[in-house]
Design a protein. Structure first.
Length: 268
């Protein structure tokens, strides 16, 4: 069984601007919350920077970010925990999304760029919807880019004769997430009004090997964790393949990135 990926908040935050945009697009579709002050959970909160954005939309809310990475939680505690300017509160706690069940009713459960790390996550939806207050919302965004060159090339290299003995089973497959339609159906079956969609962002990245730099913060974590100090040889081959797939242009390096969104609101 591969080790759980070790996260590096500093590396992850290097592309924080691009990564925050889908979260803003997700929140734009979340309706007003039923009661006040709202109770909000952010599942897979990472370093807490997007969790903190929730306090801008709901200034009086008590917001709790949950994550199972000690490194990410440490960063979130240090940088973002405490009272919020509008009179609310932001805190963070360890939890595993594979088993987390709301211990109290939430007005909003949100999850950004996390559920792709949680195998079988759709089977958790009934518990999460049951944990919403009447009229509450469950909203998430997950990457839908597992057959894009960045991930396909990573898998091909990991499965090549040179690496397969060490990396077999380390990477998620291209079925890490469902289609927007499948999510819509699952959540509508639970009695929710659902808005589901997908968007392909065209991130224009700058600097040397920017796609490698991006995936080092996320998709490549399981490989980096498994190979440790011996990752350089893998990175050399992967870097070369990425340069071909994502050539630098006069304007920068274009990195198309498909993302899947769903906003499910429980009957009031
Ligand atoms: C790509 S980061 C997203 C962080 C943050 N939501 C954001 O949008 O910047 C994915 C996060 O999911 C967390 N994660 C992965 N599997 C998890 C699980 N089973 N339970 C809780 N958190 C998990 C990781 O530790 C990491 O912080």
């Amino acid at each position: 069984m591969p080790a759980a990926p070790v996260w590096d908040p500093g590396q992850y935050l290097r592309h924080a601007g691009h990564r925050a945009r889908p979260f803003a697009d997700l929140l734009a579709r979340v309706p007003d919350l039923p009661g006040g002050p709202p109770r909000i959970a952010d599942l897979g909160c990472g370093p807490g920077n997007v969790t903190a954005l929730l306090a801008e939309r709901w200034p009086t809310a008590h917001i709790t970010g949950y994550d199972n990475s000690p490194e990410m939680l440490d960063k979130a505690h240090t940088e973002h925990e405490g009272p919020t300017p509008g009179g609310g509160r932001l805190d963070f706690a360890p939890a595993d999304a594979r088993t987390w069940t709301p211990a109290q009713p939430y007005d909003l459960i949100v999850s950004n760029a996390t559920l792709q790390w949680v195998p079988g996550h759709a089977a958790r939806f009934p518990d999460w919807i049951a944990g919403l207050a009447p009229g509450g919302t469950f909203a998430f965004q997950a990457p839908g880019n597992f057959d894009s060159p960045s991930h396909r090339l990573m898998r091909e290299l990991a499965h090549s004769p040179r690496w397969k003995d060490r990396l077999a089973g380390t990477l998620r497959h291209d079925d890490a997430v469902l289609t927007p339609g499948a999510y819509l159906e699952r959540l509508a079956d639970l009695g929710c009004t659902v808005d589901a969609w997908e968007t392909t962002y065209l991130h224009l990245l700058h600097g040397e090997d920017p796609v490698l730099d991006w995936v080092k913060g996320t998709g490549l974590r399981p490989v980096l964790t498994e190979l440790g100090d011996g990752a350089e040889e893998f990175l050399a081959d992967y870097r070369a393949a990425l340069r071909e797939a994502y050539p630098a242009t006069a304007h920068g390096t274009l990195f198309p990135f498909r993302r899947i969104f769903a906003v499910a609101t429980k009957e009031a």
